[in-house]
Design a protein around this ligand. Sequence first.
Ligand code: NAD
Ligand code: UDP
Length: 313
Amino acid sequence: MDITRKRILVSGGAGFIGSHLCEKLLKEGNEVLCLDNFFTGDKSNVVHLLNDPYFELIRHDITEPFLAEVDQIYNLACPASPVHYQYNAIKTIKTSVMGAIHMLGLAKRVHARILQASTSEIYGNPTIHPQEESYWGNVNPIGIRSCYDEGKRCAETLFMDYHRQHRVDIKIVRIFNTYGPRMHPQDGRVVSNFIVQALRGEDITIYGDGTQTRSFQYVDDLIDGMVKMMESEDFIGPVNIGNPHEFTMLQLAEKVIELTDSKSKIKFMPLPMDDPKQRQPNIELAKQVLGWTPKIQLEEGLRNTIDYFQKIV
Ligand code: NAD
Ligand code: UDP
């Protein structure tokens, strides 16, 4: 056995972010075990990796225990778009909470380092701006987003308690809105929705008046930040990984229309319950401790994403 080659498990590895992560880890000379139940992910996202002898694709639901000898675990399994995580809210909580317990139990047993893909949603509808890691958030515990937000908050608690109680080697990354190739065309998230609508010449659906903001990070920057976090020493996080450039949904719609040269018109629709009004990461901690900053700005990232959707839509 090659002892320099790490054996790395990626739960949710056939999803949007997971597939890019598997690709990067393989490129860096590691062995990758990709675990997925294919709820929102798809084999097509990793089909190009199947011929690599160091890549294994395993159909598994992390609400059930899993055992394998690994050195590192990236825990990404969880539907991420509101449409998908609300489709079966109880299952979403089970995936976040029971999934975290199973992955942490595995890390404890085999002494693996484990990284949790947490989210800016743990800040809820934030009352401070931009959001820094010390902020505890403003989250509705009984709303339609709660299955995701509270599930992810509980997962962070579990990570901290496995660390305190069992000395498990943990890392927590709070991911802000990320976009790029291999987003599911029907997953309902704003970047994929707007691009698909613009390419088809359909109305661009803005929820509310479009003044709410998000800060969009291109997937390659996120993967770079996650791997840097995993490889860092003496730092467990939580750390924000996101691009601080903030845009209103109206600005995003206009940019997508311009870049696709689309004839689509903007259509305003009701704002979903508990939709956060604004979101922007403070990334000072990631800069200082990881030496990480995002490199790809919205226009370049959108062009790459539009190229991808042009091929599949
Ligand atoms: P995605 O839906 O494309 O990927 C999630 C993957 O997990 C899918 O392949 C899905 O099939 C799999 N999965 C879901 N439930 C599972 C289960 N019980 N067992 C095994 N596999 C399961 O979403 P994504 O955008 O790639 O998100 C990946 C992770 O990053 C998620 O944990 C999400 O919460 C987190 N995140 C994403 C964003 C973003 O903007 N994309 C922002 C914050 C956090
Ligand atoms: N949104 C929108 N039109 C859409 C999809 C989403 O205006 O077709 C809005 C949504 O209400 C939210 C923002 O875009 O204010 C980001 O939504 P997304 O689901 O991508 O991410 P999240 O709300 O989880 O940050």
